[in-house]
Design a binder for this molecule. Structure first.
Ligand code: NDP
Ligand code: TDO
Ligand code: MG
Length: 296
């Protein structure tokens, strides 16, 4: 079979290049045209012809507009990539009879309460990023294409931009870091997301009744502060020299940002684990693994 991957150079896209390779012939695109194929999500009109020419069995979309704060002032661009292009891909997937695998986010929820969100819970995004990601989900469902929507949270990878790498950089420059301690979620490795995606899409191909939306995050829960503390302790254990001597706990109100983030980003992964018979490791395992990779 042939698999079309979009967003091949992102955190998740990079790991998908590895995880999808054994499933069949992989055509992996980034935003730059390759062999005349357009993988640029800011040009939704071109995507149907890409899908038509590749004729994939599966389309995996790892491309997205992920700059959460910038999206507040670039809403049209965020919507184009996270919603309009996704709708175009979904239409093309339907017409080609392909399964569309797509990623969404904890930021589709309003962050109220302390219970982990299930797939059946009402959404209520607080930011432009969250709203445009939700619109992308809705476009897929409305298109009636075969699909797997995997909602994940707080993605990290050794390659790419993420919170853990920001903390390592700041911890080398400053003696004191101030980090939000009242937003809760699970840091999730791009490797885990890619591996679970490969398992789930294979199961789905032979059992279309498994199509749908699933929450995919590492086990356990922490705050951004707990995450930062773990990253710094673990990096020091691995021999990294860091200047930081204090990681102060602050509240969301003490760290104003353009976009509002949910306080509760916990995702309930029961549906994914039971449906696909998967075990999800603790978030610390993935973060520790990434840090070891960064040290080598
Ligand atoms: N990062 C996170 O914490 C989370 C991410 N997600 C979701 O997971 C998925 C993967 O995210 P992740 O890998 O972390 O994100 P990254 O930001 O690491 O990667 C996104 C990729 O999308 C590409 N992209 C952006 N605009 C376009 C475009 N116009 N055409 C083609 N490609 C484009 C980027 O390309 P370039 O490098 O050229 O800019 C980049 O390679 C996304 O759907 C995201 O919404 C969900 C929860 C958490
Ligand atoms: C840099 C920094 C951030 N923070 C806070 C701000 C914010 O609430 C939190 C995380 O900041 P970031 O900007 O790294 O994270 P952010 O870009 O909001 O991360 C999100 O990205 C999108 C794509 C998703 O889908 C989400 O799941 C989530 O991973 O940490 C501090 O408290 N102190 C700091 O020094
Ligand atoms: Mg960010």
């Amino acid at each position: 079979m042939r698999v079309l991957l979009l967003g091949r150079n992102g955190q998740v896209g990079w790991e998908l290049q590895r995880a999808l390779a054994p499933l069949g012939e992989l055509v992996a695109l980034d935003r730059h045209a390759d062999a005349g194929l357009c993988g640029d999500l800011s040009r939704p009109d071109e995507l149907a012809s890409t899908v038509g020419r590749v004729a994939p069995t599966v389309i995996v979309n790892a491309a997205a507009y992920t700059a959460v704060d910038k999206a507040e002032t670039e809403a049209a661009q965020a919507r184009l990539i996270n919603a309009e292009a996704v709708g175009a891909l979904a239409g093309a997937a339907r017409d080609a009879g392909a399964l569309l695998v797509h990623y969404s986010t904890d930021y589709v929820f309003d962050g109220s309460g302390e219970r982990a969100w299930t797939e059946a819970d009402a959404t209520g995004p607080l930011s432009v990023y969250g709203r445009t990601k939700l619109e992308g989900e809705q476009a897929i469902r409305e298109s009636a294409c075969r699909h797997l929507i995997l909602r994940t949270s707080w993605v990290h990878a050794a390659r790419g931009g993420n919170f853990a790498r920001t903390m390592l950089r700041l911890a080398a420059e400053r003696e004191v870091l101030s980090v939000i301690a009242d937003q809760f979620g699970a840091p999730t490795g791009a490797e885990l997301i890619a591996d679970v995606s490969a398992h789930a899409l294979r199961a789905c191909l032979s059992r279309p009744e498994l199509d749908g939306t699933y929450h995919l995050a590492a086990a356990g829960v922490t705050s951004w502060h707990g995450y930062a503390q773990f990253v710094i302790d673990e990096a020091r254990n691995l021999g990294r020299a860091l200047k930081v001597r204090e990681i102060a706990r602050i509240g969301s109100a003490d760290y104003p940002t353009a976009a509002v983030r949910p306080l509760n980003s916990r995702l309930d992964t029961t549906k994914l684990r039971h449906t696909f018979g998967l075990h999800l490791p603790d978030w610390r395992d993935g973060v520790a693994r990434m840090l070891r990779e960064l040290q080598t």
